[in-house]
Write a protein that binds this ligand. Structure first.
Ligand code: NAI
Ligand code: MG
Length: 349
């Protein structure tokens, strides 16, 4: 029997509450489809930072390197600055393991009341560049506290970085058989974004089977709200993709459902899957966190590990649960607990 070794990083707050449901679903699918998952849990978190001064041990990445995949809950803890958890854990893993694709599927499921009338049937995949772009360490601040104070933050765009994210997005678009939209802002950002546009156009010209277009991020944001069903696959830089994917998750009605994959397509390193939401300190400990985002993230992991059928069944199960069952957590207007939702989904599966 195939065995996959999975590193679990529950993190903080509800991160620790949504990973056990994800593992329960993974185990159930393993039983049905004839594979096994072997977990090892790591206590890397903001809580660990508060106690020891670091989010993870110095050899954290080499510990993770031996696993087939990583499943992350969420990190964030009152009293620990958010840039500590981001730059102390998430970004080192994403960059150290060259997880240059951030994949964010967004669906408006039947039975989930969203903020928009026109959103039903929305089914989008956002392919976000995950290791370069606007999130860089290059820059600095001068004259702190003086009237002349200034800050400079450099963006880093490389031909290799743009090429590989666009190629990946084109593959996703080809599989889904529709079209690709590239997010740009080459009218305002006059060096990096025209370069992005050029490389995108070059790659797209080689794939005539896919229709594609380019839209300025500001107009794209508005159109994503006004007519979300128009979009299929969107490729975007690190910052634009970050903002767009949260916007799209909002359009879909709940942050508790949305998943993300941090993917190293070459499989030289483990990829990492996580729900989009954070540690939700406001509801942590109450046992009412929506587990569906973590479960969908686990399904993305199954697909990455080669179990496409099992992955599809999990996502279909989530859709069926939302469409037919009153068992849902308070964020979706229900009164069920995390465990009750998990049990209801397992029954459907
Ligand atoms: P959040 O996603 O933790 O919470 C936002 C709101 O959505 C809260 O009202 C929360 O109760 C609700 N919510 C989120 N997930 C839910 C779920 N599964 N079920 C039910 N309700 C849910 O974002 P927030 O409040 O901005 O950040 C809290 C902490 O999480 C911060 O420390 C932040 O840095 C961290 N964070 C970590 C992320 C990660 O680990 N990848 C991502 C986003 C935030
Ligand atoms: Mg974000």
């Amino acid at each position: 029997m195939t065995t996959h070794r999975i590193a679990l990083i529950p993190g903080d707050g509800i991160g620790t509450e949504v990973l056990p449901p994800a593992c329960a679903v993974l185990d159930a699918m393993g039983k049905r489809h004839g594979f096994r998952l072997e977990y090892q849990q790591f206590d890397w978190s903001c809580e660990r930072y508060a106690a020891t001064g670091s989010m993870m041990p110095a050899d954290g990445l080499s510990q993770l390197a031996q696993f087939d995949s990583i499943l992350l809950g969420a990190v964030g803890y009152p009293g620990v600055a958010d840039d500590v958890s981001l730059w102390g854990l998430l970004i080192p893993i994403r960059r150290g393991f060259d997880q240059y694709i951030n994949l964010r599927p967004i669906r408006v499921f039947e039975g989930v009341p969203g903020p928009l009338r026109e959103a039903e049937g929305t089914d989008i995949v956002i392919v976000r560049e995950n290791v370069e772009g606007e999130y860089s360490e290059i820059g600095g601040r001068m004259g702190r506290g003086t009237p002349e104070e200034m800050a400079i933050q450099q963006s880093v765009f490389t031909r290799r970085g743009i090429t590989r994210v666009v190629d990946y997005a084109l593959d996703v678009a080809e599989e889904r058989g529709k079209n690709l939209c590239s997010a740009t802002k080459s009218n305002g950002i006059i060096h990096t974004m025209p370069f992005w546009d050029e490389v995108v156009a070059q790659r797209c010209e080689e794939r005539p089977a896919i229709t594609w277009g380019s839209e300025h991020i500001d107009a794209l944001a508005a159109k994503l709200v006004l007519n979300p069903r128009r979009y299929d696959v969107i490729v975007a830089s690190n910052l634009f993709g970050d903002i767009l994917s949260d916007l799209a998750a909002g359009v879909a009605g709940s942050i508790g459902i949305a998943p993300a994959g941090n993917i190293n397509p070459e499989r030289e390193h483990p990829s990492m899957f996580e729900p989009v939401h954070g540690s939700a300190p406001d509801i942590a400990g109450e046992g009412i966190a929506n587990p569906l985002g973590a479960i969908w993230a686990a399904a993305m992991m199954l697909e990455h590990l080669g179990h496409d059928e099992a992955a599809d069944q999990v996502v279909e199960g989530i859709g069926r649960l939302l469409a037919t069952s009153p068992v849902r957590t308070p964020d979706l207007g229900g009164s069920a607990s995390t465990q009750e939702v998990t049990r209801a989904l397992l029954e459907i599966l």
